[in-house]
Write a protein of this length. Structure first.
Length: 168
């Protein structure tokens, strides 16, 4: 009987099917650049053999010790999240990754990507957030108490609610 179960597992994996205990699969194409002063919209295709419980964008100024995160929401095709606008002259590169957790508490994340911050006109297709509702409701969560009670000053705080670690 074990042999039969193993054969089915091998066939499922070979055919690209998900096993019942697989973590979420994340399909994200990283962006090369973004524009200073513009909030950022990043999306990813996330699927699971059961249900995706959480999808998040973790981000930080390159070289910083701690990431912050913004939740991603399902928009019918994929999950998207909005990051605060990087401030002109304060930030050259944003490091970010996408993480998803399923209803079995299995997590998966992408590699860490480098998003170059440039001036207006230097990025052909920036991942700019244009939805006014999303722009007015950016929520950023800290991952360490050492991050303090406000968002890193490399990011514009306009429309951003910052949630320090331990806040209720």
């Amino acid at each position: 009987m074990k042999r039969c179960g193993l054969l089915i597992s091998v066939l499922l994996v070979a055919s690209g099917g998900a096993l019942a205990d697989d973590p979420p699969a994340i399909d994200h194409q990283p962006w090369a650049c973004t524009v200073a002063g513009k909030a950022i919209s990043l999306c990813a295709g996330i699927s699971d053999d059961q249900n995706v419980s959480a999808a998040r964008l973790y981000f930080r100024k390159a070289g910083k010790d701690y990431y912050s995160f913004a939740d991603m929401t399902f928009g019918g095709i994929n999950y998207c999240g909005t990051l605060p606008a990087p401030r002109e002259g304060k930030l050259k590169v944003i490091e970010y990754y996408v993480q998803a957790v399923d209803d079995q508490f299995q997590a998966q994340r992408t590699s860490t990507f480098q998003l170059k911050v440039v001036s207006e006109g230097q990025c052909e297709f920036p991942p700019e957030e244009k939805d006014p509702k999303r722009l007015a409701a950016i929520k950023v969560f800290a991952t360490s108490k050492k991050q303090g009670s406000k968002l890193d000053d490399a990011f514009d705080r306009t429309g951003v609610t910052y949630v320090p670690l331990g806040a209720k």
